[in-house]
Design a binder for this molecule. Structure first.
Ligand SMILES: [Zn+2]
Ligand SMILES: [Zn+2]
Length: 318
């Protein structure tokens, strides 16, 4: 590499480090959670795992990675460390209230999986509600109780609206580790969608109305090679569809397919969770309004069989 190239790279990296994007609760949540190991650790914690060795054997993760991700979750306030043995010193990791509040997003992951990738071997797909029945978690408006779909909603700025630094690029190798679905609540498809931070950001961007390459790039502050690769992957996963809008030069736009649009309740739960736990003192950067009733939505998660609200205590087999 010549001296000129290295100067160019350094200044480009510096420019990317200072790029500002519109603050969004979903992005804040995804910056923390949009990582396959973090997702697997959180879902194991939901299944009752608390100890380092049990996380490690259940997930099949390297010790150094597990140490790093546990520390990150602890710093964010999702897990808290508690000493269960003095000699030798041993800690366990417990979900905080913020961690337990990930119940909503996890229900919406299970909803999407059951609708598009049902697998009877995945324990979470067979859980029962306290009404005694199999069910699919539903996402309803807390005001009018209608089931929420993307086109019935509109985003608007909240008290914490503004700009913030774009997420930094993080070395994230694609992992090919096989997931042990016996101890795992999530299937590979969800991990593929959510466990890659940029994939998850691109999906959220599509819900914010971005269609064109330049729109995604501006909104996410992402490098072009990363964006091209993630858009292509989302097309191959059946979440986005590509259509040409210009001949010369050839340009494409990207729209959510029905399967992609059906991820909306999950995005909504991430907006709620990020807004509740990751806002500064001004308040959440955005609200989502339900057009049919005019109310600002706090999602209400219900059982598709009996219509009652879902709580962690009302489920068995999770
Ligand atoms: Zn409503
Ligand atoms: Zn029920």
């Amino acid at each position: 590499m010549t001296a000129d190239n290295s100067t160019a790279n350094t200044s480009r990296e510096a420019a990317e480090a200072h790029r500002l994007i519109a603050a969004s609760s979903a992005s804040r949540a995804l910056n923390l959670l949009g990582d396959r190991w973090t997702l697997m650790i959180s879902s194991s914690a939901f299944a009752g795992v608390t100890r380092f060795e049990d996380f490690q054997s259940g997930i099949g993760i390297a010790r150094s990675l597990l140490t790093d991700r546990l520390r990150r979750l602890e710093t964010a306030g999702v897990l808290v460390r508690s000493r269960y043995c003095e000699r030798p010193p041993r800690d366990e990791y417990l979900l905080t209230e913020m961690g337990r509040d990930l119940f909503g997003p996890s229900m919406m992951i299970i909803r999407w999986e059951k609708r598009w990738h049902f697998d009877p071997k995945v324990p979470a797909h067979n859980m029962k509600h306290s009404c005694g029945h199999d069910f699919i978690p539903e996402c309803r408006c807390n005001h009018c109780r209608m089931e929420i779909i993307a086109r019935d909603t509109i985003g608007e700025p909240g008290p914490g609206a503004g700009m913030e630094p774009a997420p930094k690029a993080r070395a994230q190798r694609r992992s090919t580790v096989e997931i042990n679905s016996g101890t795992h609540a999530m299937i590979e498809r969800s991990i593929e969608v959510l466990g890659d931070r940029w994939i998850a950001h691109v999906i959220a961007g599509a819900f914010y109305g971005h269609r064109r390459f330049s729109e995604f790039q501006q909104a996410l502050g992402v490098a072009t090679n990363i964006l091209s690769e993630r858009l292509a992957r989302l097309v191959s996963l059946g979440i986005l569809e590509q259509s040409q809008y210009q001949d010369s030069p050839v340009r494409y736009e990207y729209k959510l397919t029905p399967k992609g649009l059906d991820l909306f309740p999950l995005v909504l739960e991430l907006v709620r969770w990020g807004g509740r736990w990751m806002s500064d003192s001004a308040g959440p950067p955005e609200y989502i309004r339900h057009k049919p009733c005019g109310g600002i939505i706090t999602p209400l998660l219900t059982c598709s069989h009996c219509g009652e609200e879902l709580t962690r205590e009302s489920l068995s087999g999770l």
